[in-house]
Design a protein around this ligand. Structure first.
Ligand code: GDP
Length: 297
């Protein structure tokens, strides 16, 4: 389960402060020591931990003057508010084009879950938003990726546009845009190539696709289990090509949660969705407040 370790640690601390009628500076200090330790253990970026602890401490000292709740509960509320803020505050919705088709580009490193997420997202777009998406197979370097997308398309009964591996990704996307007009697809989701590492060729290719028609969303797919690497990948992609949001996959298997807590603050882009399993319905919108509640129990 996601955040298992962090939740366990924080809940112990919370139990101790919960019933206090007066919260002293020493209580806050002790709690913050434990919070800091719990966050570091959860693999949260160190700078993020420091800022978080500073913010909560500043707000928490002196809450005993507040009357509405018991001071202990007030401190817990501050921690929850700041955790929510850390993860982006509000849920961040999908941006649709004013004039269809909406273009969504999926980018990320190989193995992050890009192709799977492309299918999951299309599924949500059809079911929840009543859209008619076209999936575009633009990862020409891995024939298996094209097949995988075609299999997903069949499974979901959704069209997949592919020109095999001999046509350039830019040309594939250009033709896919034409095709979407003919077939009245109001969203196109482009499954771009992933590499094992970030390299110039990959970034240039993504920039070339971007230049063809400005996408409404550029979703970076990252594997939450890779922790701080995921955060660094998000920062690099954002600096290099500019992303509009992050999809954090494999949160179902991530017991630490460091990436979920650090990405927003480090890469300055919201987490839009989280992957919670391998199945096509295992993609959920990311709700910072619900996630904070889950962590704090
Ligand atoms: P790509 O190389 O980025 O296109 O990655 P794939 O879409 O092929 O996914 C790599 C592996 O991760 C596959 O086995 C997927 O089933 C798995 N995967 C993707 N998303 C999730 C998720 O949210 N949870 C779990 N448990 N597995 C996932």
């Amino acid at each position: 389960m996601a955040f298992e370790g962090l939740a366990e640690r924080l809940q112990g601390t919370i139990q101790r402060i919960k019933g206090k009628g007066k919260v002293s500076e020493a209580d806050v200090k002790e709690m913050m020591r434990e919070v800091r330790f719990a966050l570091i253990e959860a693999d949260v970026n160190l700078k993020v931990v420091k800022e978080f602890v500073k913010k909560v401490s500043e707000r928490a000292v002196g809450v005993d003057v507040m009357k509405s709740l018991t001071p202990g509960q007030q401190v817990i509320k501050i921690v929850k508010d700041e955790l929510t803020e850390l993860m982006g505050g509000e849920q961040s919705p999908i941006q649709f084009a004013k004039k269809p088709p909406t273009v969504i580009m999926m980018v990320g490193l190989q193995g992050a879950g890009k192709t799977t997420t492309t299918g999951k997202l299309a599924n949500i777009l059809r079911k929840k938003y009543n859209r008619n998406p076209l999936l575009v197979a633009a990862d020409i370097y891995r024939p298996a990726a094209i097949q995988q997308l075609q299999t997903i398309g069949k499974q979901l009964s959704l069209p997949v546009f592919s020109l095999g591996t001999d046509v350039s990704p830019v040309e594939i996307v250009r033709q896919a845009l034409e095709k979407s007009k003919e077939d009245h697809n109001d969203v196109i989701i482009i499954d771009t190539a992933g590499r094992l590492h970030i390299d110039e060729d990959l970034m240039q290719e993504l920039k070339d696709i971007r230049a063809l028609k400005e996408p409404d969303e550029v979703f970076l797919v990252v594997d939450s289990m890779t922790g701080q690497d995921a955060v660094n990948v998000a920062q690099s992609f954002n600096e290099s090509i500019g992303i509009t949001g992050v999809v954090l996959t494999k949160l179902d298997g991530d017991t630490r949660g460091g990436a979920a807590l650090s990405i927003r603050s480090v890469a300055q882009k919201p987490i839009k969705f989280v992957g919670m399993g391998e199945k096509m319905d295992a993609l959920e919108p990311f709700h910072p407040e619900r996630m904070a509640s889950r962590i704090l129990g």
